[in-house]
Ligand binder design. Sequence first.
Ligand code: IMP
Ligand code: MG
Length: 190
Amino acid sequence: MPASTIQKSTEFTNTNLEVLLSEADIKRRVAELGKQIAADYADKDLVVVGVLKGSCVFLADLIRAIDLPLTIDFMAVSSYKDATKSSGDVEILKDVSQPLRGKDVIVVEDIVDTGLTLFRLLEILGSRGANSIKIASLLDKPEPRIKKELKIDYCGFQIPNKFVVGYGLDVAGRYRNLPFIGVVVNPDIA
Ligand code: IMP
Ligand code: MG
């Protein structure tokens, strides 16, 4: 075979990634979630709050599937993955830039894993006088959940207890730009 016809793998066709949810799967589900939210939030004062950075791709697609007036805002938190630490170990690195009093808030996450980060975030947002606070998460990994009482109001997909990347999710900052959700086959080869 001439060298010019050999297909080189790229970031998106990386053989170390196994596709778990395709671009089409995600698109279909996000459209459904958007319709559901639009039906639930007609005549409400909706603020969609993304948790940086992981939720940015999902949020961008989700808001374009919600045919209602809305505003967006962002928070950034440092979460401590060490489950032996208390759930209070969540530091706000960036807060929303508007008062939430009287608003109907949907917090958008990429994935809920142990639930510790979101649980603490909801405690913090819960003191802001919002009319309602709900959760939208693209992915739900229920197996490692510590905060079992956490309710995901709008869930894209339940997934097995595997480390996933793409569509906003990263490993060491990489892979957020994949248009699909993949599993890293061998974490030792980056
Ligand atoms: P939790 O506090 O354990 O629920 O942590 C949730 C956060 O951990 C998510 O917002 C992600 O940033 C990160 N995370 C958890 N599981 C994964 C994964 O499989 N891939 C990438 N990031 C993950
Ligand atoms: Mg996150």
